[in-house]
Write a protein that binds this ligand. Structure first.
Ligand SMILES: Nc1ncnc2c1ncn2[C@@H]1O[C@H](COP(=O)(O)OP(=O)(O)OP(=O)(O)O)[C@@H](O)[C@H]1O
Length: 360
């Protein structure tokens, strides 16, 4: 089932939670709604489900406006962050619940329900737990049962609100991979809310980046990561180093330092800008006297794993009232061993790549 979100507005009192949001979710896609806490992800999901009403705008499911459709008729399955399993029911009864409460005309026979429940429990690979109670399951198992329960009524749309948010990092990673596989088998249009960028980039076909009730960018994971459309997206997806400065020709003046850039066509002279570089796009040189780059002091060297991290603070002049700017540089461990940097050493950091945005 395709989902069209058209010009949705929603305010709580004076607070604008969703600002004229329009989005298309093609049939069969797994889309992640990604953004910081409070940006409106859950509100949008609840409006799509019919659990919340918008102030204006339309939700169109498979070409049909839902203005007059009840939650029940929208054929939406929901999985929340906090396991909403019924504590007093076994795993089997939890999954069977949605089928057992159907009205008599639609309700499958007892045998059909049992068959379906075992089929779903096999799908989430937990049939062996069918007679346990929720308290006897791990967090990850409970979420898989919650998903089986949501799937029991054969929803056309699956809405997942931070389904793995309460689980530890290792289990989250396992369930992420497992959810992707399950989605590929079932092909139900799914919307997945998360504030974890790695989770969104790993799981989804497309990522919708939200900020303060607005859509900042929509695209495939590699697209939004490699070509962030706005400073917000750049900063939100992965670690980033910032340089605040002013453009003069092919230089950006950052305090008393100078960086070279090659975006001369797009940025006007004199413009105030923020320039971004990822940690692996910065080089460190011991030559501090002349040349381009920002003067900085090495605070800490973290040298585990394949790449080492060097944390630095920009060396402001002693009378500067500016807040110190921190940087993180990633270099191969082998290079770090060769260069022999030390904590407290003064160096110059030079970006090999810069992405520049004019300050508005
Ligand atoms: N019923 C409500 N009454 C008043 N304000 C609300 C209500 N529901 C949500 N909000 C506000 O709307 C904003 C968006 O909330 P929403 O739950 O959609 O954010 P979110 O992006 O899902 O955040 P999180 O990741 O923390 O769940 C928040 O600032 C929240 O405080």
């Amino acid at each position: 089932m395709s989902i069209e979100v058209k010009n949705i507005n929603k305010s709580f009192g004076n607070f604008v939670a969703l600002n004229n949001v329009s989005l298309d979710f093609p049939s069969g896609e797994l889309v992640a709604l990604l953004g910081p806490s409070g940006c409106g992800k859950t509100t949008l999901l609840r409006i799509i489900a019919g659990l919340e009403t918008s102030d204006s705008g339309n939700i169109i499911l498979d070409g049909v406006d839902t203005a007059t459709t009840s939650v029940r008729d929208r054929q939406v399955g929901f999985v929340f962050q906090h396991y909403a399993l019924f504590k007093h029911m076994t795993v089997f009864d939890n999954v069977a619940f949605g089928l057992q409460v159907k009205n008599r005309k639609e309700r499958p026979s007892k045998e059909e329900i049992a068959h379906k429940v075992h089929e779903l429990l096999n799908l989430v690979q937990l049939d062996w737990l069918h007679d346990r109670f929720p308290a006897q399951l791990s967090g990850g198992q409970r979420q898989r049962i919650a998903l089986a329960r949501a799937l029991a009524v054969e929803p056309k749309v699956l809405l997942l609100d931070e389904p793995f948010g309460a689980l530890d990092a290792k289990v989250r990673k396992e369930l992420r991979r497992w959810l992707r596989k399950l989605h590929d088998e079932l092909n139900i249009t799914s919307i997945f809310v998360t504030h974890d960028q790695e989770e969104a980039l790993e799981v989804a076909d497309r990522v919708v980046l939200m900020n303060q009730g607005n859509i900042e960018q929509i695209g495939a994971p590699d697209e939004v990561y490699a070509h962030p459309a706005t400073p917000f997206v750049y900063g939100f997806l992965g670690n980033v180093n910032l340089f605040h400065g002013r453009v003069e020709g092919d230089n950006i003046h950052v305090g008393k330092n100078r960086l070279q850039h090659d975006q001369t066509n797009t940025i006007s002279d004199g413009a105030s800008v923020i320039a971004f570089a990822r940690p692996h796009e910065l080089e460190i040189t011991e030559e501090i006297e002349n040349g381009t780059g920002v003067l900085a002091t090495i605070d800490r060297i973290l040298s585990f794993g394949l790449n080492a991290k060097v944390e630095l603070t920009a060396s402001n002049s002693p009378d500067s009232k500016e807040t110190p700017q921190f940087y993180e540089v990633e270099i191969p461990r082998t290079e770090l061993d060769k260069r022999g940097f030390t904590e407290g050493q003064r160096v110059r950091i030079i970006p090999s790549q810069l992405r520049i945005f004019e300050k508005s």
